[in-house]
Design a protein around this ligand. Structure first.
Ligand code: TXA
Ligand code: MG
Length: 356
C-alpha cells in the first residue's frame, strides 16, 4: 500500500516529486527527508489531511504540527503579522533548521495548530523537501515521521519501520550528512523571543542575530518532579510527552568522565549478573573502556555534530538488540550540546544519576 521511492537529493527526479505532490494535493500523506529529520507530510490547509497525520503517527491531536514552506512569500498565507525579530531570524537562518511560532491567520485550520491561535512555520533547506513543497503548491504540515513516542527518524529505514502501511508514499532521500535533531523552535509572538525547543540553531547564534532570547524552563529541566508543577508547563505542547524513547529502561550518569565509566561498568556487571541484556551508549573516546554489554558509540566528544547525527539511530539500534537496560554518559549542555542533552534526558525519562 505504501510506495517507497529513492530520490537523489543532488539530482532530483521530478517525476517522483510530481507523483508525491499529487498525493498531497489529493489529501494523502507523504514521508519526505528534511535536513533535520524525516517529516510525515500532508496539506496543512486541509483539516482532513491533518487528522490523517495524527492517526498515522498515533499522536494526541492537541499536539500542533509545523507548516513547511518553500519561500518567504508563502508566509503571509498563514501568519497575521511578522514581528521585526522574526524578520531578522528568517534572514539569518531560513532556509534551515529553525521553526518560528507566529499568530495564525484565520484560514489556518485548528486541526493543524492543535486548537491554538498560533502556528509553527519552517522553511527547510533540504532540496527534496523544498521541491515537494513547491510542487504541492501548499504549506505541508509535517511532524517527525516516527510513531508517537519513538525516536525521530533520521533514515528512510526508520520511517519504513514505523509508518509502512500507514502512509501513501515514503521518499527515501538517504545520502550524506543530516543534522539528526529536530529544528530549533522559537516563539516570536512575545516581546522577547523564546526558545521552546533547542536544536542546531543555538542560543548563541540567536543572541548574535537579535540580542536577548529567553529559553522555556522545561528545556533545561532535569527533574520530572519540577515538570509536574504548574509553572513548568512547556509552551510547545509536544515537549510534555515522553519522547524519543527507546523500549528499554535508560539511565544516564552525570559526573567526572572517568568515574562515570567506572560506575557504568559496575552497573553493567550487576545487571548482567541479574540476567539482563545490557546496552551502553559510549563515545568514540570511551568505547574501548566498557565491558559486559552491547556497546555502541554515539559519536565523538570532540564533535557535537557527530553525536547529533547518530543519537536517534543509536536509540533505535538498542530497540533492535532488545536490550533490557541502557546506561549512558551525559554531555556538556551548551551550544548544540543543549539540544543533545534535551533529547537524551527525555529519552531517559529524566532518569539521571549523579556520580561522585
Ligand atoms: O525539524 C523539525 O522540526 C521536524 C521536521 C520534520 O521539520 N519536525 C518536527 O515536528 O519535529 P514535530 O511535530 O515532531 O514537533 C513539533 C513541535 C512539537 O513539540 C509541537 O508541540 C511544537 O512543535 N509546536 C507546533 N506548533 C506549535 C505552536 N503553535 N506553539 C507551540 N509549539 C508548537
Ligand atoms: Mg516529533
Amino acid at each position: 500500500k505504501t510506495i517507497v521511492k529513492k530520490v537523489d537529493p543532488d539530482n532530483i527526479d521530478m517525476d517522483i516529486i510530481r507523483q508525491a505532490s499529487d498525493i498531497i494535493k489529493n489529501g494523502g500523506l507523504v514521508v519526505f527527508p528534511t535536513e533535520t529529520v524525516y517529516g510525515l507530510g500532508g496539506d496543512g490547509m486541509l483539516p482532513s489531511a491533518s487528522k490523517k497525520i495524527y492517526e498515522a503517527k498515533g499522536r494526541p491531536s492537541d499536539n500542533p504540527l509545523i507548516i513547511h514552506i518553500s519561500s518567504i512569500s508563502e508566509l503571509e498565507n498563514y501568519v497575521k503579522d511578522i514581528p521585526c525579530n522574526a524578520k531578522i531570524l528568517m534572514d539569518n537562518f531560513w532556509p534551515g533548521p529553525m521553526t518560528l511560532i507566529f499568530n495564525k491567520k484565520e484560514e489556518v485550520p485548528y486541526e493543524t495548530t492543535g486548537g491554538l491561535e498560533t502556528v509553527a512555520i519552517r522553511m527547510p533547506s533540504h532540496p527534496i523537501a523544498n521541491a515537494l513543497i513547491k510542487e504541492s503548491k501548499t504549506g505541508i504540515a509535517a511532524p517527525s515521521a516516527n510513531l508517537s513516542g519513538r525516536p525521530s527518524p533520521t533514515k528512510a529505514s526508520h520511517c519504513i519501520e514505523d509508518l509502512s502501511g500507514r502512509v501513501d508514499m515514503i521518499i527515501d532521500g538517504d545520502k550524506g550528512h543530516i543534522i539528526g535533531l529536530e529544528s530549533t523552535i522559537i516563539d516570536v509572538t512575545g516581546d522577547v523571543p523564546m526558545i521552546l525547543r533547542p536544536g542546531y540553531i543555538t542560543k548563541a547564534m540567536i543572541n548574535e542575530a537579535i540580542g536577548e532570547v529567553l529559553i522555556d524552563k522545561v528545556v533545561l529541566t532535569k527533574e520530572k518532579s519540577q515538570l509536574l508543577k504548574g509553572d513548568y508547563k512547556p509552551k510547545a505542547p509536544g515537549m510534555k510527552y515522553r519522547h524519543y524513547a527507546p523500549k528499554a529502561e535508560f539511565v544516564m550518569f552525570e559526573g567526572e568522565e572517568k568515574r562515570v565509566i567506572e560506575v557504568i561498568n559496575q552497573r553493567a556487571k550487576e545487571a548482567k549478573f541479574q540476567g539482563k541484556k545490557v546496552g551502553i551508549i559510549a563515545t568514540k573516546e570511551s568505547f574501548s573502556q566498557y565491558e559486559n554489554a552491547n556497546v555502541i558509540s554515539i559519536g565523538s566528544r570532540k564533535n557535537d555534530e557527530s553525536i547529533a547525527a547518530s543519537l536517534f539511530d543509536v536509540l533505535r539500534k538498542f530497540d533492535e538488540l532488545e536490550v533490557d537496560i541502557i546506561f549512558g554518559e551525559t554531555f556538556f549542555d551548551e551550544g548544540l550540546g543543549m539540544a543533545i542533552m534535551n533529547r537524551l534526558i527525555k529519552a531517559a525519562g529524566y532518569n539521571i544519576e549523579k556520580v561522585d
